[in-house]
Write a protein that binds this ligand. Structure first.
Ligand code: SF4
Length: 284
């Protein structure tokens, strides 16, 4: 059995920097992170072990330092936090800031903002909470529900597959031929690289293992993308999730991982595949 790694996989610079900032801050003073710094249980458990607290709602914060996650937050939410006398530590990824600025510019230029993404995702909430009016779409059905506007300004959640985003932008243009539709591509480069590498990998493999948190949006998107090109795709979080039956007839197994998956977890899974499930020829 041959094991192949995707050309691009695993933790992105935005998540790495956010974790480093949390660890450095917590070494000096007690820190609470508002929300999940990353959607990866293994990473979160390691941070909790360092004394970092996590709260989903501001009411539960008991430290004077509070961190905004890599997914970002709205100006409104951050002002409310500061108004409570808390010291805000911002771990927002620079590429999420790019998306915030792009949407603000579209609105300032008179476009009605449409965000392609998941309405309840923390990043999308961060982008939309400061807007007076907006739409969030993720499907053709949602585009069909849009009300006509003279000018649409479209941007995307940073972790959406670019092909889906382009398809929905095209659909908006077709549905509203009289409207001006301005699209700003805010899908981040690490997401594009992982998506494209996942397609190349899945096309060459009998089985693809996608490593990442159960609630990680970009990991689930990698699973969906791989499933379009490979008949057997499994989403796992740790080596303990691997099942021998998956590899019974596999000659080539591919590995990819979401943007909040640690290198150590990928290496452990790779080693487990090599030692427990096969005597593979290892290739990168
Ligand atoms: S997935 Fe993209 S936008 Fe999100 S933290 Fe990573 S680099 Fe930044």
């Amino acid at each position: 059995m041959k094991i192949l790694r995707a050309e691009h996989l695993g933790m992105c610079f935005g998540v790495r920097d956010a974790i480093a900032l949390a660890v450095a801050t917590a070494q000096r003073e007690p820190l609470t992170v508002l929300g999940d710094l990353v959607h990866n249980e293994t990473v979160l458990a390691g941070l909790r072990a360092r004394g970092i607290r996590f709260e989903q709602k501001p009411d539960g914060i008991r430290t004077s330092n509070v961190m905004v996650t890599a997914h970002g937050a709205s100006e409104r939410a951050m002002s409310q936090t500061r108004a409570r006398g808390l010291n805000l530590v911002e771990a927002t990824c620079p590429l999420v800031h790019v998306a915030h600025r792009a949407v603000a510019k579209l609105v300032a230029e008179g476009f009605h903002p449409v965000i392609i993404g998941q309405r309840d995702h923390v990043e999308v909430r961060g982008v939309t909470e400061d807007l007076a009016e907006f739409d969030v779409v993720l499907t053709e059905a949602a585009v069909a529900q849009l009300r006509e506007r003279p000018r649409f300004g479209v941007a995307a959640q940073t972790t959406q597959p670019i092909e889906r985003v382009r398809g929905l932008v095209q659909l908006i243009r077709e549905r509203f031929p009289q409207s001006e539709v301005s699209f700003v591509d805010t899908v981040c480069q690490p997401t594009k690289q992982r998506q494209h590498a996942a397609i190349e990998l899945a096309q060459r493999c009998d089985v693809v293992i996608v490593i990442g948190g159960a609630h990680s949006n970009n990991t689930r998107e990698l699973v969906a993308t791989c499933a379009q090109h490979c008949g057997q795709v499994h989403h796992i979080q740790t080596a303990a999730d691997l099942r021998e039956a998956w590899f019974a007839h596999a000659e080539t197994v591919g590995l990819t991982a979401g943007t909040s998956t640690q290198d150590e977890v990928i290496v452990e899974i790779e080693q487990t595949l090599k030692t427990k499930f096969a005597q593979p020829v290892f290739t990168t």
